[in-house]
Design a protein around this ligand. Sequence first.
Ligand code: URA
Length: 249
Amino acid sequence: MPPRHRLPAGHDTLDQILFSQGFGARRECEGLILSGRVSIGGQVVDDPDSDWPTQGLRFTVEGQEWVYHDKALIVLNKPAGYECSLKPGAWPGVHNLLPLPLRRRGLQPVGRLDQDTTGLLLMTDDGPLLHKLTSPKHHVPKIYEATTKHPITQAQCDKLLAGVLLDDDPKPVKAEGVEIAGEYLLRLTLTEGKYHQVKRMVAAVSNRVEALHRSQIGDLILPSDMAPGQWQWIDDPAVVLPKRGAKQG
Ligand code: URA
């Protein structure tokens, strides 16, 4: 629908703002506003055509506080028992953990974690950013905590650092960093994102992953006070992008 009047740059009408943030079809957003269920700065705003600067705009819809984000990038603390697939099968999808406006915006997981893996999962509706973050050229370090079946040995760590062969790649796959964090706890840093990579690498050194948790991507550490199933906005994608001068390709 074309704008009903010319708006200053960085401004939009309230109904369009609600629509863009996932609060429903245009008509539904208009209805929410006209029925007095939207407020800004503590005041009800019942004019769908009122114009507002979008940057950082805070508003409330039916008691739910929201902050305008042109593009959404969020971090979710993924619990076990959820699939990252857009068409989940045996398990519920991670989308079920998001509030309705984010589900309507069609956020996609940035890469995938297995159903039984927990921890840091990024999700976005920013197509170019998704492409950048999932490109094989994107060598951002990811840190995983793997609980193993057998005690971890230094020989296993050395092999993981030197590179192990996986069945779908003729070249050895190396861990960027390996730390024995406990008798059965291995902290692995990887810069690639191959299918079941941690589990297969650990199996290749004759151990077995019993539980897997991702704790960090780039400079973004999963906040320790974030319970499984909770999510937060990320306002600066630079925290999960490669550093200037980092290895590419
Ligand atoms: N490696 C795995 O094996 N599983 C994951 O979920 C992520 C990395």
